[in-house]
Design a protein. Structure first.
Length: 430
């Protein structure tokens, strides 16, 4: 080999060696994260791989270049590359997301300590009568991991009519427990927690009002415990079984203002978030170690704010937000688990519990998802609220409250039942 060719080859090996080392460093960090959830270990393994591979290939390249002190040169180069990687990581993927400022827990918030280990935050509106024979009403929030604040719209009116009303933050969300092992966030855990709440209340049956994912949870509870539900209201519900909808059930980020779109893109392209997303695929516990709950919940809160306009009929009209924190890991892990569960619809088709399904004209949830609740439950009524989207209770509070009251009291509904297979006139379709 000529001197020129040796020189060119040596230089190429050194330059490509750095690129190869960086790639192998990422692979090594990922492989380490698959078996070890300690951040210092899997990131350290990646950095060691970068330095070691750079050193070995640089040593070869410097030998071809005829460098006399090639070991020292390779050590210097690999050290510089290691420092560069560490500095870049420290200024990008290791920079924590801005946390939400802490807020005081309202005095009205109480807690249940469940046998499962969940510490559940809840709000209670007591029935106006000193004694009531009605089952308690439980409001189930959406997400997974998107709690409300206090008693939802309609709850106070139901309490005034003699119903004990409760709204709680599901485990992993709001002011409730964050689990140390994120793999324990499952649909079954949510169903079990709800039944433990029923037992704490000493109730033979519950009345469930589930909004969005809360509707999905109510359906799962009905599939597991049909005899423990007196009535159920599904408010703009998510899917009964998401696997039936490979193209998705709908999402609120389909129509954003330019400024909101820019903020959404900024949040979702954050390098730290992208690394966390990759770690979630490799080892959720490693992702949890890399981005802890408070930080991940704050990021999810900011993303949720960009979707508020998509929950409303009036584009550009931002809905009210509150400070009860989101739950990122319960969202990610429960959603993944939900995609893997067996189809509950055959069981639900035999459940004769009275069911009210509330759809909304501008809901981002696709029409077939809403309609399926009516079609699956044999004793169901579907109504469609005009002039409202996914935030139906906030956009049409009087009508929404009247629907709850009349249905639970067994009176005539203020809206006619919708029986067609086709979407209602004016229904947004995507």
């Amino acid at each position: 080999m000529t001197t020129t060719r040796r020189t060119v080859l040596g230089a190429v090996i050194i330059v490509l060696g750095v690129a190869v080392a960086l790639v192998l460093g990422v692979v090594t960090a990922g492989a380490a994260a698959a078996v070890v959830d300690v951040q210092a270990v899997f990131l350290g393994a990646g950095l060691v791989a970068v330095v070691a591979v750079t050193f070995l290939l640089a040593l070869w390249g410097f030998r071809l270049l005829g460098v006399q002190r090639r070991t020292a040169a390779a050590a210097i180069l690999s050290g510089m590359v290691g420092i560069m990687v560490a500095v870049v990581a420290a200024s990008t993927i290791l920079v924590p997301f801005r946390l939400q400022p802490p807020t005081e827990v309202p005095a009205s918030v109480m807690f249940w300590d469940l046998p499962s280990g969940s510490r559940i935050a809840y709000a209670h509106a007591a029935a106006s009568a000193s004694t009531t024979s009605e089952p308690p009403v439980i409001f189930l929030h959406g997400g997974p991991g998107t709690p409300g604040e206090g008693i939802p719209i309609g709850g106070a009116e139901l309490a005034a009519r003699g119903y004990d009303v409760y709204a709680y933050d599901q485990v992993g969300a709001g002011r409730s427990t964050r689990l140390d092992d994120v793999n324990e966030y499952t649909v079954q855990r949510q169903v079990d927690d709800l039944d433990e709440i029923r037992q704490i209340l000493g109730a033979e049956q519950l009345i469930l009002v589930g909004r969005s994912w809360g509707g999905s949870l109510a359906a799962q509870y009905l599939a597991a415990h049909p005899d423990r539900v007196a009535k159920a209201v599904f408010v703009v519900p998510g899917a009964i079984w998401p696997s039936a909808y490979p193209d998705g059930v709908g999402e609120p980020w389909h129509s954003m203002t330019p400024s909101t779109q820019s903020r959404y893109d900024e949040l979702t392209s954050n390098l730290r978030v992208l690394v966390q997303s990759l770690l979630l695929r490799v080892n959720p516990s490693a992702a949890h170690a890399f981005v802890p709950d408070a930080e991940a919940d704050s990021w999810m809160h900011e993303v949720a704010l960009t979707g508020l306009d998509g929950a409303s009929c009036a584009r550009g009209a931002t809905a009210d937000a509150h400070d009860n924190p989101q739950g990122f890991y319960v969202n990610q892990m429960t959603t993944a688990d939900f995609d893997s569960i067996p189809d509950p619809r055959p069981r639900l088709s035999g459940v004769r519990v009275p069911v009210l399904v509330i759809g909304a004209q501008c809901d981002f949830i696709r029409w077939p998802v809403t309609r399926e609740y009516r079609d699956v439950f044999p004793n169901s009524t579907l109504v469609e609220v005009q002039g409202a989207g996914h935030a139906v209770s906030a956009e049409q509070p009087a009508l929404y409250t009247e629907l709850l009251k009349t249905f639970l009291d067994g009176q005539q509904l203020p809206l006619p039942a919708y029986r067609s297979e086709d979407p209602p006139a004016g229904r947004w379709t995507r």
